[in-house]
Design a protein around this ligand. Structure first.
Ligand code: MN
Length: 128
């Protein structure tokens, strides 16, 4: 069981509940934010290891928020995974360009989500 901190940034309650359930059952510490302000507050106080970023958020969108997180000392080294229903090749490229490490399409794949998280966290541990 892992105890890494994962922050879910998601404004849709059902998606949030699903991801929260999947991650808690894998032993992660889960935090959640419904918009950019909440996300920034939690990132500064909690320094999450990994952030699941919904790209369609009210107000500041997930891509702008990701660019901002990459400039903060608390989150410059965090893993950021874009989660979005816009799954075209161009959307993927834009997400990676903004600073995301990976990209997952909605609807959420209950197997692929934890696999991707585990893989990226393992890779990060191997680097450090
Ligand atoms: Mn959304």
């Amino acid at each position: 069981m892992s105890h890494e901190k994962v922050l879910i940034v998601e404004d849709n309650k059902l998606n949030l509940r699903l991801m929260d359930f999947i991650l808690k059952s894998r032993g992660y510490q889960v935090l959640s934010a419904a918009d950019a302000d909440e996300c920034l507050g939690l990132c500064k106080s909690q320094k999450p290891d990994l952030i699941l970023m919904d790209l369609q958020l009210p107000g500041v969108d997930g891509l702008s928020l990701t660019r901002h997180l990459r400039e903060l000392p608390e989150t410059s080294g965090a893993i950021i995974i874009a989660v979005t229903a816009k799954a075209m090749k161009m959307d993927r490229e834009r997400a990676l360009e903004a600073g995301c490490d990976a990209y997952l399409a909605k609807p959420i794949d209950t197997r692929k989500l934890p696999e991707t998280i585990e893989e990226l966290l393992d890779r990060k541990k191997a680097r450090n």
